[in-house]
Design a binder for this molecule. Structure first.
Ligand code: FMN
Length: 154
């Protein structure tokens, strides 16, 4: 059953921004093989990730994620069945949160800083989808969206 899982977490010292690239390569490789798509936002401290795919595959991945010492304090923001993917073709899109605009945080949350722990599930999805739309008009490489920064748009 096609499902979507969204969670927030905090990076540990074992994960500096450079190591995120290694992590993404690993994630994309696994996700491609398991038909998992999604998007990851990171601001050097917090992660917000959406994962789409088979329910059991997502559940299994979330189990592994909870044991990954590169992040901690995992907070499940949503896990539900869906009719269609919002990130088809993205084995794992990536956005550095500093490239996101304060207006986007203000629109989907009460804060002007990126703080996924203060987002509801629907607001987190809104932020991720909004970012995905911005990204589409910039660099989009199927299976390996390597977006780091996108120029601010009105
Ligand atoms: C923030 C974050 C996001 C991750 N996203 C994914 C992902 O989308 N897909 C994936 O397979 N692994 C992802 N991983 C890595 C997994 O936690 C795990 O290390 C990987 O699946 C290999 O698991 P294994 O060592 O048990 O085989 C992510 C790790 C972190 C810290």
């Amino acid at each position: 059953m096609l499902s979507r899982l969204i969670y927030a977490s905090v990076a540990t010292e074992a994960l500096n921004p450079e190591k995120v690239q290694t992590l993404l390569a690993q994630a994309r490789n696994h996700n491609e093989r398991h038909d998992i798509t999604g998007m990851l936002i990171f601001n050097s401290r917090c992660f917000l990730q959406v994962l789409e795919g088979d329910r059991e595959a997502l559940n299994e991945l979330y189990g592994r994620l909870t044991h990954d010492t590169r992040h901690r304090r995992l907070l499940l923001l949503g896990f539900e069945a869906i009719d269609e993917r919002q990130f088809p073709g993205w084995s794992m899109g990536f956005a550095a949160a500093d490239a996101l605009q304060r207006t986007q945080y203000l629109r989907f949350g009460a804060t002007s800083e990126f703080d996924p722990y203060r987002l509801t599930g629907p607001a987190a999805l809104g932020l991720l989808m909004n970012w995905g739309r911005t990204a589409k008009s910039a660099e989009r490489v199927k299976g390996q969206a390597t977006l780091q920064k996108v120029a601010a748009t009105g």
